[in-house]
Design a binder for this molecule. Structure first.
Ligand code: FES
Length: 350
């Protein structure tokens, strides 16, 4: 038997009193309802509302000015300029100004929006009963009407100063990101369309650093070559070798199937770009029986006995061939630059 079933006169004095109290208490979970709405100063004083409007507009305008300052900083301060700023000490003028101006631009948009919502948009609390997720057409119509009413109460259409400055601030902030794209570096322009190879440039063995002679290249060997004059300690060595690196192989002239390849070779010695035409990996795996070279990155395979055509893999076109000959000293030399851009197909089509 629970205590609720025990006759009250049988309960101890204190418990009986508490039991009686429970019976008369109000429902502790009753909905207290919404507190009484208190209008804000802006709701009853048009001058206060105007002050808030000007504050919001000021924040959005500040954001626009900060964005302009961001762009100005980007083009004004050199990368290596250091300035003393208390309490940070010595800092990069460029980094500091970019961070500060972008921070102000974003903060001002946020602060303006919050101030707008807290002082000018309606703060009347309302309750709505839960309804099924799939709303009836009339409910949807009511939602749209409520949305329109909300838009009206926010003053979005009426307070044109806020609306216009907000649009201005939101439109300008992305400019900061656009300007930063400039840091990706200068455009390549025509630099990827030509290499250091030119008529008369000797082929230098990359292992010995000596000019290559035809007798150095035997059938079945693979030799890598660079243009004469390109030294490894040159400041742009990596940039130049990434375009000019050559693979040299010797093939029995009778085994060469492509007529142009034969004409551009010297006694069966052929020179091809070492840069894969898929996405530019250096090729280095040579199969001497078949004269196939394999790119280690995605397994594109080229037939060096047939114009370096692609016989397998994702590469879109053959490796460019360099026309070669022999100079008066008996060294291998280029007879010009490649007649097409080396590397990925994009540059050939661009
Ligand atoms: S880079 Fe050579 S196959 Fe992809």
């Amino acid at each position: 038997m629970s205590s609720q079933e025990i006759p009250e006169e049988n309960l101890p004095v204190e418990q009986g009193a508490a039991h009686a109290a429970v019976e008369v208490a109000e429902d502790p979970f009753a909905d207290p309802g919404l507190p009484v709405h208190k209008p804000r100063i802006q709701d009853i004083d048009e001058r206060a509302a105007r002050r808030s409007e000007r504050t919001v507009a000021f924040m959005f305008t500040l954001s626009m000015l900060a964005t302009i300052a961001f762009i100005a900083s980007f083009v004004t301060f050199p990368v290596d300029k250091i300035v003393y700023i208390w309490p940070f000490g010595n800092v990069s003028a460029l980094n500091f100004s970019l961070g500060m101006t972008l921070g102000v631009a974003l903060f001002a948009i946020g602060a303006g929006a919050v101030h707008w919502a807290r002082t000018l948009m309606s703060d009347q609390e309302i309750t709505d009963e839960r309804h099924p997720i799939a709303a009836e057409p009339e409910v949807r119509a009511k939602v749209m009407a409520d949305f329109a009413a909300g838009a009206e109460e926010s003053g979005f259409g009426r307070r044109k100063l806020i609306r216009n400055t907000m649009f201005g601030a939101l439109a300008m902030v992305p400019l900061a990101g656009v300007v930063l794209l400039r840091d990706l570096g200068p455009l390549p322009e025509k630099k990827l369309r030509s290499t250091l190879w030119a008529k008369g440039k000797q082929l230098i063995n990359m292992n010995t650093n000596e000019p290559l002679r035809p007798e150095d290249v035997v059938v079945g060997s693979l030799t890598f070559a660079k243009p004469e004059g390109l030294e490894e300690d040159a400041h742009d060595f990596q940039v130049q070798i990434a375009k000019a690196a050559l693979m040299i192989v010797r093939i029995q002239p009778d085994d060469i199937k492509d007529q142009r390849e034969l004409e551009w070779s010297h006694e069966g010695i052929v020179a091809y770009s070492k840069i894969c035409t898929h996405v530019g990996c250096p090729i280095g795996l040579y199969e001497q029986q078949t004269h196939h070279v394999l790119c280690p990155c995605h397994q594109s395979t080229f037939d060096l006995a047939d114009g370096a055509r692609v016989i397998f893999g994702p590469a879109g076109h053959p490796l460019p061939q360099l026309r070669i000959g022999v100079n008066a000293e008996g060294n291998l030399e280029a007879l010009g630059d490649f007649d097409e851009p080396v590397g990925p197909a994009f540059w050939e089509r661009g």
